[in-house]
Ligand binder design. Sequence first.
Ligand code: AMP
Ligand code: MG
Length: 485
Amino acid sequence: MTLALPFQDTYRHLPAEFFTRLDPAPIAAPSMIRLNTPLAQALGLDPARLAGAEGVAILGGARVAEGSAPIAQVYAGHQFGGFSPQLGDGRALLLGELLAPDGRRFDLQLKGSGRTPYSRGGDGRAALGPMLREYLVSEAMAALGVPTTRALSVVATGEVVLRERPLPGAVLARVAASHLRVGTFQFFAARGDTAAVKTLADYAIARHDPALTGDYRGFLAAVITRQAALIARWMLLGFVHGVMNTDNMTISGETIDYGPCAFMEGYDPATVFSSIDHYGRYAYANQPRMAQWNLTRLAEALLPLLAEETEAAKAIAVETLGGFGPAFQRAWSAGLLKKLGLASVRSEDAALVEQLLELMQAAMADFTLSFRRLAEAAEGETAPLLALLGGTPEAAAWIAAWRERLGAEGDAASRAAALRAANPIYIPRNHLVEEALTAAEHGDTAPFEALAAVLADPFTERPGLERYATPAREEERVLATFCGT
Ligand code: AMP
Ligand code: MG
């Protein structure tokens, strides 16, 4: 019996210039490295069948599932500020769309499935390490409650991919609310194809904002609000995306493309990880500005739909884009207050937040632990927090002032519980991610499995997992991460 996936495609019925119909390139010897069983179940798929020979072949791109007509989607994008009029899925294929039992529609995409007409110079392949990195970090983000694409599986191809050195090849199966990007709109706008921009906008609205049919201004505002909230969520966790090009920014508001991303340890707003981000364009603190820059590109692409007169359309775009700053500030401030355990808002709270961030920066305090240790400090155990914040009289004074302020919030037990629910103990620390990927490249997936299990439950501190909650020692520190090409 063949494994038929219940694909219900809509994108493939858009005009031909939106994609290229193409099957995955053959691979030597697919073998399952990791299947995301809970995610498969949430999608209404049978994990046992996906783990079987036919499932592995399909998730590795070695064969096409019955009912699937894979496509490579075309898009454009500004990469580090420079515009490429045509990018597109250069090493990915959309296998089809699935309706989950809860009624939500998802794309199932393979990444690393071979060359496409959009590969430019690339080989269309992916290495095992970067695909496992995307698996770990995207699944960690999901467990942390951040909107994100998901990872359904990683299948080793049995082939070697040539990068700076030969590496084992792999294919990631990615699940997303859609793969519509700011760059998808830019592709058609750059060609002056207003009819296609409208078709795409109508499609995106139907898929993500069905209440906004025909309301392109409302649609732009909705994307802006989603992205503002998303960037705030990233920053509240110390996450640096690293490659916020317009082709890596979704319309759905999900985080996509886990290349040179990382969670910062010592708090420094100027933190950059990407080895190719020489000017800090996508540094931690620059992310809201860059998101707004990208959304400005989306607004430009939508201009012909916003009003008939160009000047009127521009005025609408500018006004709508003006919503980003306040939306980000609202999400950021509300998130910080929550991280400090403050449910009610008082006028002095903003200063309290500001002072904590200053103390953290001065001490280069571990971002994740500084917030997490607030819970113990709330319970009276202030020494670990004080040590993290540099042990200074200023830090001690801050802790005392914060504890006094916190006293106005509920009872002691619920205060600590709220702090623990807002501040994770486990995040994908870069040195642990690298350790897991290096072992996996050498055939040992145990560290990957262990790390994935820890990150699946990031808010519950468990005995025996101390090393997962400990920042890198000087010699362990990974200062740069590399694009997954
Ligand atoms: P990314 O930096 O992963 O967002 O990719 C940017 C563009 O490069 C996209 O169009 C990708 O499909 C393409 N790309 C990345 N790696 C490869 C590769 N190995 N082969 C072909 N295209 C690639
Ligand atoms: Mg990309």
